[in-house]
Design a binder for this molecule. Structure first.
Ligand SMILES: Cc1cc2nc3c(=O)[nH]c(=O)nc-3n(C[C@H](O)[C@H](O)[C@H](O)COP(=O)(O)O)c2cc1C
Length: 382
C-alpha cells in the first residue's frame, strides 16, 4: 500500500475507506445521528463557522501541543471518546485504540457498552485509559464496576448524562441493526460483501458486552442486550451522581452537558471536569450545536474545573476552534473508529498522527506557540 500519509491525509479519507470495509448495518450504526440528523449537520456547520484571524510574522518555531489535565500530562490536547459496540465497527477496535492512545500519550475513553473490559484495555494503555459509565440502576453493579476500574489502575471515570433514554436512531432501525446481528439473507449478503470484516470477526469472535456480561453470565447476546437496557436505562438524576461521587475517589468527568445551569450544578455535585457534548448528534436532534453551547459553559465554569469538548470534530482545525473558544481538551468519537475500520491497528496510530500534524500546522498558521496561546483569537461573523 502507498504511503499512509499520502493515501489517507485526513479523517475524511479514512471514513471513505471505512465505509467500503464495514457491513452496511455497522456503518449506519457508527455514522448516523437521530431524527432528521439535523444536529449532525449543525455540529459540522457551526464548527465551520468559527473563524480565527491569523497573526503573522511569528518566525520559525515548533508549536508545543502538550497539555496537563486533572494532574496528568498528555502529549496532545485531544483524546478518544467512548464508543459503544466498537468491536462491531472493527473486531478488536478497543485494543487497537488503547495501544495507540498509550503510544501517543492521549486518553482513551472505554465505553461501558463497548466489547472489551477495563482490565484488558488498561493492560494496553495503563496510563491512558478512562472508563465511561452510564449510571447503573443497581447499586451492587455500580460498586463492582468501580472496584474493577480501580483495581485495573484507572484513575478517571466519565459519567455520561445525556442519555436519559435511548434515542430512536431511525437510520439504524432502517438498516436492520440488531444485537446480535440477525442472520437474514440481507444481513448475510451485507457481511459477505465485506470479507475483511467477516474474516476478522470470525477470528476475533462476535462482539460481546465483555464488561457487563459478568452481571448476567448465562444470558445469550440477545438477552444480554435487553439486560443491559435495564442496567443502563436509569434516567439518571442528581442523586445518582452523588452516589457515584461518594463511591469514587479518582477523577470524575460528567459528559453530555450543554446548559450553563447544569454545568454549575455538576460542579456543585463534585465533578472534576465538565464535558460539553451532544453525543455527536445521536440523542436529541433539536439540541444546539455543541460548539455553540461551549462558550456559555466556559463562561459559567470560569476556570473552576476543566471543560472538555466533543461533537463534530474531524480534524486539527476543529480542535483549534474548540480550544480557541475556551475548551481545555477535545475528544473525537467517530473519527477514530473510521480510522480503525479503515486500517486496523495502523489506522488508530495514523489518526493520532494526522490529527496532531493538522493541529500543529494550523497553530503555526495563526501564530500560536502553545495550547495556552490559542484562546481569545476567535471571531464568529455569520
Ligand atoms: C457509534 C457511537 C457509539 C457511542 N457510544 C457511546 C457510549 O457508549 N458512551 C458515551 O458516553 N458516548 C458514546 N458515544 C458518543 C461519543 O462518546 C462522542 O460524544 C461523540 O461520538 C462525539 O461526536 P463525534 O463522533 O462527531 O466526534 C457514541 C458515539 C458513537 C458515534
Amino acid at each position: 500500500m502507498a504511503n499512509l500519509a499520502d493515501s489517507y491525509p485526513s479523517t475524511w479519507h479514512l471514513a471513505a475507506r471505512a465505509k467500503r470495509r464495514m457491513p452496511f448495518f455497522a456503518w449506519e450504526y457508527l455514522d448516523s445521528g437521530t431524527g432528521m440528523e439535523r444536529l449532525v449537520d449543525r455540529n459540522r456547520a457551526a464548527l465551520d463557522a468559527v473563524r480565527i484571524v491569523p497573526r503573522v510574522m511569528q518566525g520559525r518555531y515548533t508549536p508545543d501541543v502538550a497539555t496537563r489535565l486533572m494532574g496528568r500530562d498528555y502529549a496532545v490536547p485531544f483524546g478518544i471518546a467512548p464508543v459503544g459496540m466498537s468491536g462491531l465497527m472493527w473486531p478488536g477496535a478497543e485494543n487497537m485504540l488503547a495501544r495507540a492512545a498509550q503510544t501517543h500519550s492521549l486518553p482513551f475513553g472505554l465505553s461501558m457498552v463497548a466489547n472489551e473490559t477495563p482490565e484488558m484495555v488498561a493492560g494496553h494503555a495503563p496510563d491512558m485509559t478512562w472508563m465511561q459509565i452510564y449510571p447503573p440502576r443497581e447499586a451492587d453493579v455500580l460498586d463492582d464496576l468501580l472496584a474493577r476500574v480501580r483495581a485495573a489502575g484507572i484513575d478517571t471515570i466519565i459519567v455520561t448524562v445525556d442519555v436519559p433514554v435511548g434515542s430512536r436512531r431511525e437510520r439504524q432501525l432502517a438498516a436492520g441493526l440488531t444485537v446480535p446481528p440477525r442472520m437474514t439473507p440481507r444481513t448475510f449478503w451485507r457481511v459477505a460483501k465485506r470479507p475483511h470484516w467477516a474474516l476478522a470477526t470470525l477470528h476475533y469472535g462476535q462482539p460481546r458486552f465483555r464488561t457487563l456480561e459478568r452481571y448476567f453470565p448465562a444470558a445469550s447476546m440477545k438477552e444480554a442486550a435487553k439486560l443491559i437496557g435495564t442496567i443502563v436505562d436509569g434516567r439518571p438524576n442528581w442523586d445518582d451522581l452523588d452516589r457515584i461521587r461518594a463511591g469514587w475517589e479518582g477523577n470524575l468527568v460528567v459528559k453530555g452537558v450543554l446548559h450553563p445551569a447544569d454545568a454549575e450544578k455538576v460542579i456543585a455535585h463534585g465533578a472534576d471536569a465538565i464535558w460539553v457534548s451532544n453525543h455527536g448528534g445521536r440523542q436529541f436532534d433539536g439540541a444546539p450545536a455543541a460548539i455553540d453551547a461551549l462558550p456559555g459553559v466556559v463562561k459559567t465554569v470560569s476556570g473552576r474545573v476543566p471543560v472538555l469538548f466533543d461533537s463534530g470534530i474531524r480534524g486539527g482545525l476543529d480542535i483549534l476552534r474548540a480550544l480557541a473558544l475556551g475548551a481545555d481538551f477535545c475528544f473525537l468519537g467517530r473519527a477514530f473508529l473510521y480510522a480503525v475500520a479503515a486500517l486496523g491497528d495502523r489506522g488508530a496510530d495514523h489518526a493520532c498522527t494526522i490529527l496532531r500534524q493538522d493541529l500543529e500546522n494550523n497553530m503555526i498558521q495563526i501564530g500560536a506557540r502553545s495550547i495556552a496561546d490559542i484562546g481569545g483569537r476567535v471571531i464568529i461573523d455569520e
